[in-house]
Design a protein around this ligand. Sequence first.
Ligand code: H79
Length: 447
Amino acid sequence: MRRVMVGLLVLAAVLLGLPGPTRARERMAADPGAVRWFRDARFGMFLHWGVYSLHGRGEWVMNNEGIPISEYEKLPGRFNPTGFQAREWVSMAKQAGMRYITITSKHHDGFAMYDSRLTKYDIVDATPFRRDVLKELADECRRQGLKLFFYYSQLDWHHPDFFPRGGTGRRAGRPDQGEWARYKQFYFGQVRELCTRYGKIGGLWFDGWWDRPNADWGHDELYAMIHRLQPQALVGNNHHHAPFPGEDFQMFEQDLPGENSAGFNRAGVSDLPLETCRTMNNSWGYNAGDTRHRPAPDLIRYLIQAAGRDANLLLNTGPLPDGRIQPEHRERYLAMGSWLQERGEAIYGTRGGPFRPSRWGVSTRRDRTIFLHILNWPAGGRLRLTGLRAGIREALPLRSVTPIPVTQTEDDVELALPDSLRDPVDAIVRLELEQSAEALPWIAGTR
Ligand code: H79
């Protein structure tokens, strides 16, 4: 009887179009297939590009140098990136082995890099260039099979209704008044534009929440709107806290998951898909004075370190004001691409583990294979691992059929690594197991 009643109630809810429990849940998360795609992708390109690029002193220049809106608003008139070609950017990302691109649709300066109908402060209405670069990128990504994510800054140093003011953007010269509700409507509207005008997108990447942690941002409603308009889009937010309800991935900035060298990565590591974003030098937006670019081998090892922690790497570049990618960055992306061309099978489509990251290196896994990424060569080439509760059929170098001597006892695995395997970037060993490696729990791995 009770079951019948419940059934009738559910039926009534469906007929009345009420958001029943399953529907509500559907709207709270991205499609599982898209989430799996994201986990498999492992490598993406981050692009910080805006009118700030003209100054060549990073994307925070307006705030850091106290440039008032009246001055800053002159920048768009000079923004004419005739060297921009979506095809070149996307081809380069592809050659780098990247599976997606995340680009700033609006950074903290409030300037929209797409044709927003909600403001004239955008690339089509306010620059001599007059082209919607997000549209061109979206079309090109579709053509070349990459996914496109939009970075969107919830923080806005330009909008008059971003009030009460937060911790930054206080020297923009705005009067001390404004209607938060109006700002909220504006920013929801811009997010809606991004979800309705560029075809299927990979997801949204929010930033700037931390400027006003106690403000009413309307996240539940915002995330539900995105999931309703774009069921395959993943939502992430760079708020540096444990994920909020409705977020589909957890991100880290300038740190591997679990580490906190930047000082603001105190949140623990959740069960959601993970992504860490990083700069090549020390700037997000183009910075002419920042010429200390990390060497390509370090960047490759960072990608491996991320994969070993089950995280994607979103590796940034700040394109030049004329639309070209800095040659130093292009070089490094391409070097990563050729490494991945050879060893991508130990990165793409894998999950981190089962061995916890350790001094010797990290591990990744897929099906019945564990890939050991040996980043620091063990003394005498003898690698000892403990705690693996699965039989090893065979140990092999990644691209060879010559077995590596392995002894396995109840608790110990010992590998005698041949010197020929030594590699200053990453020596990869395949452990072929008698069972699937995917269900194994994380293992401490070393004594
Ligand atoms: O878009 C790039 C940067 O412009 C933006 N996020 C990346 C992806 C960024 N904004 N700030 N930072 C990076 C670092 C500084 C964060 C701080 Fe705070 C904001 C320091 C003080 C306020 C949040 C709150 C972190 C510490 C306290």
